[in-house]
Design a protein around this ligand. Sequence first.
Ligand code: LLP
Length: 424
Amino acid sequence: MPNFARWSDGLAPGHGRDARGILTIGGIAADTLAERFGTPALFIDLRVLDTALSGLIDAARPHAIGISYAGKALLLAGLVRFLDAYPIGIDVSSLGELATAERAGFAAKRLTLHGAGKTLTELDAALAGRVGRLVIDGIDELRALCARAHTGALDILLRLNTGIEAHTHAFVRTAGDESKFGLAPHELDAALALLRKTPVLRVRGVHAHIGSQIYDAAPFVANARALQEALSQVHESGFAQADTMVIGGGFGVAMRPGEAGALLDSAAVLNAVAAERDPGMHVEIEPGRALVAAAGTSLYRVLAIKRFDRRRYAIVDGSMADNPRPALYDAYHHVTAVRTSDAADMPTTVSGRSCENDRLADAMLPEDLRAGDMLALCTTGAYTYSMASNYNRFERPPVIALGTDGVHPWTRRETLDDVLGLDV
Ligand code: LLP
């Protein structure tokens, strides 16, 4: 029985081996999945997803900490329908994400609209009641919103640049000018003055997201402290209904065997954050990666092995188009060979087939790895499909959910007609 919460026996959450030694994903052998869906393909193990969701919901419950899923990590109608059953909201950052949630029937009041630069169309969507809340990201945006807010009422949060910058394992308090997000501290008074004149915009609280893939509790606590100070300022300057601070997402996940579980495995960070709030105030978090990353596995087929003097390459049938994270961020994704082998492992660069050196991963893989074998790239549930492109006019792979009640395709594989369909 695979472990759905953490890496075990060198395998990612939800992975196992069948009697033949073939990798199983969501309890199904990878060769069976490849036969049915082809490669490359992205599989989402719903038991791993449920374990992450339930773990976080349980850790948040004692403190009544609210949770919104950051849809930018992955948003598909099938996923939204799955999430609907959990006591969480969804953050959307564009009309596309909003429309996805709507198409899946997710209630508007559970949606929060984000965005570092919102279009007037997006502001109007919020004013029309298509979301429960809007997060204001800057003073110009607030001016535009005030000018358009004639009727109806809209709950808003003010995104602040608290100046807490997380650098994965350490954090520094900066002047905040390295980040484009939110209102600068000196703009808060001006924002509140505008809002005082626009009572249809109801200030519910403050927000600050400080970064992604953070493993320490300290920056979250520092952020919560800064937000509580700002919230008190807002509350005391006449906005009595402002009682919420959203400390963002960014909870790190385990990417390789032996790495400690997700930060959220321990409720410690939520305990520490909750301790920073004043009585009567609410805390919310908005994780993306921590909920969906571990549930995802990208399955590729090896097209060719190339041996050069200094390096062996395995060229797979995916590329930086379906997973741009290694090229963009030097991100690590663990590689698991689908077939076990008695051969010794050797250093291998797993590359895509794009027209540049799109290294997907450096891995230790069996010497007898050959064309036709399959490789799994682990922890690809977050920011992989959502950031995929059609570079080289490749078709985007399908996303398939693996549940206890069967297999549910969430997207089909793109066809060349899809890719060429916008050409006029
Ligand atoms: N809230 C806000 C306002 C955000 O901007 C983000 C992510 C989140 C929440 C969720 O953060 P998470 O819990 O997923 O770390 N493309 C990058 C990650 C960019 C994150 C952007 N904002 C990657 O592939 O690593």
